[in-house]
Design a protein. Structure first.
Length: 92
């Protein structure tokens, strides 16, 4: 769409974060989140966000694009394989 890659990546990550936070809120309200697992995840997200805001202005757009595409491909393959295993084993 002609948008700069850094702006597009930041916007995409923000939207994924908002969606994830909304889903996590529902699970938390139903008592389905273990705080001992969630706390380190939150700490990692905060550290990653701080490091990302420092690195992004120094990185060339091409590297941002390659890194972002790599992460998305990795997650897509992982989700596909997990879904395939669930279908194959009949798990719910």
């Amino acid at each position: 769409m002609g948008m700069p890659i850094k702006t597009s990546t930041a916007t995409s990550n923000f939207m994924m974060g908002v969606t994830g936070a909304a889903g996590a809120g529902v699970y938390f309200a139903h008592g389905m989140i273990n705080p001992f697992v969630a706390a380190p995840v939150v700490a990692g997200i905060l550290v990653g966000a701080r490091v990302g805001t420092r690195l992004l202005p120094r990185m060339h757009g091409r590297w941002v694009r390659l890194l972002f595409v790599g992460v998305l491909v990795f997650m897509a393959v992982r989700m596909f394989l997990q879904g395939f295993v669930m279908i194959k084993t009949g798990a719910k």
